[in-house]
Ligand binder design. Structure first.
Ligand SMILES: [Zn+2]
Length: 456
């Protein structure tokens, strides 16, 4: 579509750890790659030709295999809420501990807690904070917090997801009384809770476009959607809801449209104000300004790095560099870093050797109790130790994300804006208690080899 999409990835300085960063030329020292979630602005540069292991959640693993066609042998899915040890050098001497947390952003989205010679780093990626999301987890004091600053502005205030869903449902009722059909602007991943609620409340299937259908099939939500036209509720990609299309749709049949998005928050203009029957309802999968403050107050890091850079532009090229100003959190920070970290020699060597091969061992440490967030696509957590193997098994952008687009925008575009195009196998039920570690070697072929070792 002639758009250039900038990624939201980072490489942790003085480490070979890359998150949502797939341009290996730009980060020559990166050796260990993590993916936070399956939105296009976090996948820039990741193609089916990718050659390195990718650590991610089991749901994102399924998207990578089934949609991006990444070699399944490369995908290492990690269980949420457990500590995993990953080697950071080719000798397997220096280890990284990583723990994933549900980011409450879209299916499969996670935050990463990295612990190692560099300290303790919490990388939120895209997330929506809710009180209690870390209940049952033991979070260490954080040195550096990489924060999703998408809506880090006092102007960006919106209701909770639950309230936003209720608002959409009420608006939908009104629209269905006044019109023949309703077009709902949703990109292909995210806001599944809304679709689930609509299907349940209205007792009907929702028409979705094919890429959205593919995602819902993978999530096991096929039963609430259809690609047949025999319904009154239609999901269309958000960027298809434009003044021009709206007039066309209304020539066919009386149509209303609802766009559940917070992307217009923080700007002075009111989108679609000329159109009485296009309703924008702020529904966000990112934290609001006050939620960010509550989150930072809880984490009390020593330093904060904004994930969305100062250079990123907002809607219509707006300057939103103030959202990268982390001084608003100054009052919540702990003491600053005492000194820079020392990179172990073996890691240095690995970072300098582009041919370095890292072990893909995935030792699972002590199990933690994860309190799952209520999600329609979530199955109950199994009891016991589980291994994740990647044998089972078009991308979509984050509809609320900030992007740079190559197009120059003017005020007229407000009406015609172009939105950013935008495994599991339960095995042993034995609870390995006390000081036993379970070491699982995953090769991507056949069953995992399991070793048990004593913790020193
Ligand atoms: Zn996202």
């Amino acid at each position: 579509m002639g758009k250039s999409l900038l990624g939201n990835g980072h490489v942790i300085p003085s480490t070979p750890i890359a998150i949502d960063m797939w341009n290996v030329k730009k980060c020559p020292q990166a050796r260990v790659f993590f993916l936070s979630h399956y939105h296009a602005d976090h996948l820039v540069g990741l193609t089916s030709a990718w050659k390195y292991p990718i650590y991610t959640s089991s749901i994102t693993a399924k998207f990578l295999i089934n949609i991006s066609k990444i070699n399944p042998a490369l995908i290492k899915s990690l269980e949420i809420g457990e500590d995993h040890l990953i080697p950071l050098d080719s000798e397997g001497e220096e280890l990284l501990t990583v723990t994933l947390y549900d980011a409450n952003h879209c299916p499969g989205s996670v935050m990463f807690l990295f612990s190692g010679y560099f300290g303790d780093i919490l990388y939120t990626a895209d997330f929506r904070y809710i009180a209690g999301m870390f209940e049952g987890f033991d979070i260490p004091p954080i040195d550096v917090l990489y924060l999703d600053n998408t809506y880090c502005s006092p102007e960006c205030i919106f209701s909770t997801k639950d309230d936003a869903i209720e608002s959409v449902l009420s608006q939908l009722d009104l629209c269905l009384v006044q019109g023949e059909r309703v077009f709902l602007g949703l990109d292909s991943l995210g806001k599944e809770e809304l679709l689930h609620r609509i299907a349940k409340e209205r007792q009907c299937k929702i028409n979705v476009y094919q890429t959205r259908k593919n995602i819902l099939d993978i999530l096991g939500m096929s039963d609430i959607v259809t690609t047949e036209p025999n319904t009154r509720i239609f999901v269309v990609p958000t960027n298809q809801i434009s003044g021009k299309n709206f007039e066309k749709w209304n020539n066919e049949s009386k149509t209303h449209a609802i766009i559940p998005t917070a992307r217009f928050c923080g700007y002075k203009f009111k989108p679609f104000s000329k159109f009485r029957d296009i309703h924008v309802i702020p529904y966000s999968n990112h934290s609001s300004y006050y939620e960010l403050k509550d989150f930072v107050k809880l984490i009390k890091p020593r330093a904060i790095v904004p994930i969305v850079s100062r250079e990123m532009k907002g809607m219509f090229g707006a300057d939103i560099s103030d959202r990268a100003d982390m001084s608003v959190f100054q009052q919540f920070l702990r003491d600053p870093f005492p000194s820079e970290c020392i990179i172990p020699e073996s890691v240095k060597k690995t970072m300098n050797d582009s041919e370095a091969q890292l072990f893909s061992a995935l030792p699972l440490k002590k199990r933690k109790i994860a309190r799952p967030l209520n999600r329609p696509w979530r199955r109950p957590l199994a009891v016991g130790v589980r291994f994740i193997v990647s044998e089972d098994s078009g991308t979509d952008s984050d509809p609320d994300a900030i992007h740079i687009e190559s197009k120059e925008f003017s005020n007229e575009d407000i009406m015609e804006y172009s939105s950013p195009s935008t495994s599991e196998s339960d095995e042993s039920n034995e609870e390995k208690s006390g000081d036993t570690w379970e070491i699982t070697h995953l090769t991507g072929e056949g069953p995992p080899t399991v070793y048990y070792v004593r913790e020193k």
